[in-house]
Ligand binder design. Structure first.
Ligand SMILES: Cc1cc2nc3c(=O)[nH]c(=O)nc-3n(C[C@H](O)[C@H](O)[C@H](O)COP(=O)(O)OP(=O)(O)OC[C@H]3O[C@@H](n4cnc5c(N)ncnc54)[C@H](O)[C@@H]3O)c2cc1C
Length: 502
């Protein structure tokens, strides 16, 4: 161990002395995956004058693994999506942590009526086919995911079940569920926001790999070299300043050094050579106009407006006793009559034009190594309101849904505690993951994401404010692997600029 430690220290010293022409001051804004990736890569390559400013009281950003029940649950990013060309997978593949997640394909109806398992699976497969087929879409640019999915789902169901009125009726009534499921993938408030034709790419291999109870936070530990062995950790802890929100970024293109001054919520100011900015597109939508001085270009503001950002909500539920046997989850769909009856049953609870908040709960999943915990998923335009509900209202409403759908098969008990996400309400996020709307520039070449990623430069055309974060990735936007790649990308620009051979 001693040898490894001294060797890595020696290597770090050598890289500092021999590779860098000088040690510029670099401020990374945000300690999410993009920020941690950028900072760790810079530290690895011998940069010492690196500071990470984080507004929250923790690192991780939209990775939020919390100890709940017997293991960690993820209220933010949960799955490593893919094995090929996936930096997350590459970083952890030797540690044997990731496991395949089997998600439930079983439907439950609000009437309590049992849905045949084979039929449930057929509908699920049709939804998957329709939704993923819109990836290689030969469809007009103006078409939204909602337009595409609604039409194709309808047509497929009519072809398949047209001869059987009862089955067709039941299948068609899963449309609302389908919409909620798509919103879970897209992170939008409506399925009429994301473009059907978009640049998002799946990595190859298993798209649903979980962290086996350790939480997605493990990837941050791997980046910081705290996992699997703390002995080789990078000196990053002392570089991160928490609870300090950046309010203003003043940049001066005429200065070749100390070109950016950043002012923070606690009154501190940092004057540095370079800034790498990583907060979400939600933060930019709300604050870009007031944060940057001079203001960003019109084209940058335009893409910030056009890239889509909405929210989903997860609620981790702890039960006194496990009641769901070996099931790995439940998917709910409502009849219109039952939707109305909720308003009578829960008259005090909030509703959106006659639709109770509880009907926005569309799926519940189990979570690894946590036998008494379930995760409830809410999507749709009512999420901002649901995020604000008290624990008591949330527990009672979710318990009501569980009883309504499942009490014929299970002896359900009431959750004794919960932990919920509030991604939309939190001003440091204002949502979950970005998507391309029909207004985005797409296709090969210059896209909205590449415009967002373009740095602010000085008169010598050297970058002084760089942009990283998932929404700046040309095709892995919305993911952790995308975010990490962008952090590395921007760090590599500086490494290229300051390496001795440059
Ligand atoms: C519910 C949910 C589920 C998800 N599921 C998955 C999944 O299964 N797989 C997957 O790959 N991805 C998933 N994602 C997406 C993934 O989490 C994000 O793409 C990724 O975390 C984005 O990283 P980032 O570094 O770009 O931004 P962030 O993680 O948002 O990091 C930016 C950081 O900047 C900080 N910040 C903001 N404003 C300021 C300021 N003014 N001053 C200082 N600091 C500031 C924030 O607090 C934050 O820590 C999910 C996200 C959510 C919310």
């Amino acid at each position: 161990m001693k040898t490894i430690f001294s060797l890595s220290t020696l290597l770090a010293c050598i890289s500092t002395v021999f590779c860098l022409r000088n040690d510029p001051s670099i401020l990374v804004i945000g300690a999410g995956p993009a920020g941690i990736a950028a900072a760790t890569r810079l530290l690895e390559r011998g940069f010492k004058n690196v500071t990470v400013l984080e507004a929250e009281s923790r690192i991780g950003g939209r990775i939020l693994s919390v100890k709940f029940g017997d293991a960690f649950v993820d209220l933010g990013a949960q799955w490593c999506h893919g094995e090929e060309d996936n930096v997350v997978y590459d970083l952890v593949k030797d540690f044997n942590i990731l496991r395949h997640s089997t998600l439930s394909k079983k439907f439950y109806h609000s009437s309590g009526k049992v849905i045949d398992e084979g039929f449930s699976e057929e509908i699920f497969n049709i939804m998957d086919e329709v939704y993923t087929a819109d990836g290689n879409r030969h469809v007009p640019d103006y078409l939204t995911v909602g337009d595409y999915c609604k039409q194709n789902f309808n047509e497929t169901l009519h072809q398949k079940y047209g001869h059987d009125r009862e089955k067709l009726g039941l299948a068609l009534s899963t449309m609302d569920y389908f919409q909620h499921k798509v919103l879970g993938f897209e992170g939008s408030f409506s399925w009429y926001e994301p473009a059907a034709k978009n640049d998002y790419r799946d990595c190859g291999g298993d798209l649903q790999l979980n962290w086996n109870g350790l939480g997605y936070k493990t990837i941050l530990e791997v980046l910081m070299r705290k996992y699997p062995n703390k002995i080789r950790q990078l000196p990053i802890d002392t570089k991160i300043i928490l609870n300090n929100e950046v309010r203003k970024i003043r940049w001066n293109e005429n200065l070749l050094k100390n070109a950016v001054t950043v002012s923070c919520s606690d009154g501190t100011e940092y004057t540095v050579d370079h800034v790498i900015f990583t907060p979400s597109i939600g933060v930019l939508k709300e604050r870009a106009y007031t944060m940057f001085e001079p203001r960003l270009s019109d084209i940058k503001h335009q893409v910030i407006g056009n890239i889509g950002f909405g929210s989903v909500m997860k609620v981790a539920l702890h039960f006194p006793k496990r009641w769901w046997g070996d099931e790995n989850g439940f998917n709910f769909f409502w009849s219109s009559e039952d939707k109305w009856s909720v308003l009578r049953d829960l008259p005090e609870d909030p509703n959106w034009i006659g639709t109770s908040w509880v009907t926005y709960l569309y799926a519940i999943e189990t979570t690894e190594k946590n036998p008494k915990v379930l995760i409830a998923w809410f999507t749709g335009n009512f999420v901002p309101v649901i995020e604000q509900l008290s624990d008591r209202v949330l527990i009672n409403g979710i318990y009501y849904v569980l009883k309504k759908f499942l009490s014929q098969e299970y002896e359900i008990n009431k959750p004794d505690r919960i932990n919920r996400s509030q991604w939309y309400s939190n001003p440091h996020f204002r949502g979950v993951y970005s998507f391309q709307t029909v207004k985005c520039k797409r296709g090969n070449g210059v896209t909205s994401e590449t415009i967002l990623a373009t740095p602010l430069t000085n008169v010598e055309n050297r970058p002084i404010v760089q942009f990283a974060g998932e929404a700046t990735h040309p095709y892995y936007f919305s993911t952790v692997h995308g975010a990490i790649e962008t952090g590395f990308r921007e760090a590599d620009v500086l490494i290229g600029l300051y390496s001795k051979n440059a």
